[in-house]
Every structure is written in C-alpha cells, then in structure tokens.
Design a protein around this ligand. Sequence first.
Ligand SMILES: Cc1cc2nc3c(=O)[nH]c(=O)nc-3n(C[C@H](O)[C@H](O)[C@H](O)COP(=O)(O)OP(=O)(O)OC[C@H]3O[C@@H](n4cnc5c(N)ncnc54)[C@H](O)[C@@H]3O)c2cc1C
Length: 439
Amino acid sequence: MKRVAVIGAGAAGSMAAIFAASRGAQTFLLERTADGGRKILISGGGRCNILPARFDESRFVTESSPGLMRKMLRSWPLQEQIAFFEEEVGLRLAEEPESAKLFPASNRARDVRDGLLALAARRGVTLLMKTKVTGFAPSGPGWRIERDGNAPLQADAVVVATGGLSVPGTGSDGLGLEVVERLGHAVHPTYAALTPITADPAPFANLAGVSLNVTITARASGRTAISTGGFLFTHRGYSGPAVLDVSHVAVRSRAATTSPARLLVRWTPHGDEEWESALRPRGTGTVAGALRAALPDRLATALLGWASVDPARTLADLRRDERLRLIDTLVRGVLPWTGDEGYRKAEVTGGGVSLSEIDARTMESRRHPGLFLCGEMLDAFGPIGGYNFLWAWATGRAAGLGAARGSCTEPSGRAPQACGPGAHPPHQLPAGGREETRA
Ligand SMILES: Cc1cc2nc3c(=O)[nH]c(=O)nc-3n(C[C@H](O)[C@H](O)[C@H](O)COP(=O)(O)OP(=O)(O)OC[C@H]3O[C@@H](n4cnc5c(N)ncnc54)[C@H](O)[C@@H]3O)c2cc1C
C-alpha cells in the first residue's frame, strides 16, 4: 500500500486526502490549526459559495500556460463536482439565481468543511490536526515531512496543499510556496488578489454603505480587467465583487515601476447615448432628478459634485460642456484610489508555483517524483463566484488520485474515482506521531 501525506486540510488538501484514500492509499492529512478548512468557514460570508452554477474558463488569471490551466480545470467537470458534493459528501446545493453561485442549501459553510472532513475520515484518512509542518524533502525513494514538536513522517508521496498568503489568520503562511521554490520550482511573484481597493484621503467616505451594480475597468500597462457586478463604497475605499475582480490589476500596478492602474467606472447600464437622451431638456426637470432616476440619491449628488455640475440646474439650463463632463463621469468616471487592503483581506493569492513544471493530469511535479501540488499555491485564480473553490477541488482531487497512483489495480484510461473505502488495512501510527481522527 502506498503511503501518502497531504499537507494542509483546506479545500484542496481535504479533497486530495479523500481521493488518495479512495484510491486505496494509506493517507495522512496534516493540518496546523485545530480544525482545518478555516477559509471554507469564512467563505461566501459564512455561507460558502462552493462552486459556480456555470463558469467561464477565460476569467481565470495565470501567468503560466492557459492551456495547461484549462487541462487542470477540466480534469473534474463542474457537473461531476456538483454530483460529488450532493451524493458523496451529502450536501444539497442551491443556486442563487441572480449571481449564478452555488451554496449549500443549508447556507452554512460549516456543513461544507465538516462534510469534507467527515468523508475523509469515512474513507480512512488519518487526520493529524495541530500538526505544523516545518519542511519536506525527498528522502530515499519517498518523502520526509518534518513536523513541529513531532517525529518526522515518512511517505511515498506528498501532496502540498498549504494554500497561498491570503488571510494568514486562517493558517496559510506560505510555507509550501517557500519550500517548493527551494526545491527548484519556478514561482511567479505573488500578489494579493480579490482584495478591496483603498483611497486615502477617501473622497467618498460619506458614501460608505452605498452599493449598486456597475461595470468597472482596471487598466495598467499591458493588463486590463473588466467586471460587471456589485460595487460597495467603504470607509476606506471600495469593495464588492466587481472591485475585487479587477483589483489584481491595481495591486500589480503598485508593485511595478510604471504608472498606477486607472480604474474607470460606468455607474449605470447606460452608455453615452442613453445619457444624452436622459439629459435632454425636458420641462422643469433638474439634472439631479435625472440622475436619481438611475442612481442612489447620495451617489447622484456626489457624481454631480465630481463633474462640477450644480444639482439644482434644470435640464433646460444644462450647458453643453457640463453635459459632456457629466456623461463622462457617469460612463467612464475615473475612480480615485491610492492603495489596497493587501493579503489581510485578499480572498486569494495571485501568482505562485508555475504550472509549467507540473503534470496537468496528475498534478505531480516534473522536477521531483512523488511531489504533488494543488490549490491556491499554484499560479491561477478566478473571479468571485465559486471559481476558486472549483480550482481547489479540481486540482486537489487530481493530486490525491495522482499521489495514490499504484495503490490499487486501476482500470485503464480515466483515473478511478475510488478503490472503495476499507480497501486497505487499518492505519498504523507513524513513529512518535500524535493522531487525532475526527468523525
Ligand atoms: C474571506 C474569504 C472568502 C472566500 N470566499 C470564497 C467563496 O465563497 N468561494 C470561492 O470559490 N472561494 C472563496 N475564497 C477563496 C478560497 O477560500 C480559496 O481559494 C481556497 O480556500 C484555497 O484552498 P487551499 O486548500 O489551496 O488553501 P487554504 O484553504 O488556505 O488551505 C490551506 C491549509 O493548509 C494549512 N497549512 C498551511 N501551512 C501549513 C503548515 N506549515 N503545516 C500544516 N498545515 C498548514 C492551513 O492551516 C490551511 O488549513 C474565499 C477566501 C477568503 C479569504
């Protein structure tokens, strides 16, 4: 029987462990926190947007080969992932139609985390909580995994699922990235992604709490991102899905020597022509009235101030230069910004281990046999909407199956889903190891 150590009981690692054990490997899941999956717990505002109801591959961002990334994503089609959660984990999923996001029907992120760990335990995974891994290296024919305060663990294969650098309080501190880089893997520079944008001083702090749907474009030298969706004014700047989705362009422009990204907002679905028509002279109507028909009152007032147009001006009195300035502000208003909330609030890490040195079918390192990588530490992330769990589940499953390869007799062709729980004898405790199995 093959012995597989999975480092990190987050989204990708839990999935890797489930599939490694399902394929018959003696599987250990090592996790530094007491319970694992803490990002799952805080995801989707505590509801866990577990997957998108449908998705667009082209919205993923990578510096590596997009073709390789697509292969990794396609290794576990969305419909099969949904079926897995419903049938194997036992979670009914429900779509939020306005956002095309899937959530557990219970709307409880805890059900996702607990469901995955319970399934891992049922499949025979040995969960080693409060186990901080301090390093891992090839050792003889396998891998030696160093643990803080515990004897090292020897395994035939290691799956690294330690996550990225975002929200470090959830347990991910970048150890996996560091060690894998030391082992010779190319790592693209990392950056905070899906993070709020700040403005200091905040010119719109008085709008904090105002939210609406916008289209925002972030443009910096050589990079553009566009997103339509929720926009939220905060005390420190801007948040909401549309802002988070384009934030990486702003974040990266700050690290570059070139000029900062321009953030352009179309505040309503109207374009130039629609606004030309809405601002046409009409009775005694005011400009403020015309804007308030399409925008929250406070924002309408702020945008008029921004365009230097008197809100009391009647449409009949609106000068041409004022109308053009106002339409410019409404259709492509330049959003003032100075910074971002960084990893502290980033939902994911951009950059990471290059996909080019990883076998897209098995997630095995092309540099080190027996080393498998998955999840956020890899150089790919998607927008808000369940895309990042989709990535974690797909790459985690492939890594688990890849690491356990050879444990069972496999049918030819596609990797088997499972060799069946109980297909292996009871686990042996590693020398000196503390074992804790959650059911
Ligand atoms: C606030 C927030 C909300 C989010 N909401 C969503 C959402 O609704 N939908 C979505 O698709 N995505 C969401 N995401 C993104 C998603 O959570 C991540 O993409 C995903 O969790 C990445 O999975 P991972 O397993 O690679 O890493 P992680 O989930 O970060 O797991 C890594 C695990 O490794 C453990 N670990 C790290 N280092 C060590 C070590 N040295 N020894 C032992 N264990 C270690 C950590 O404790 C952690 O449990 C959200 C993220 C945040 C921060």
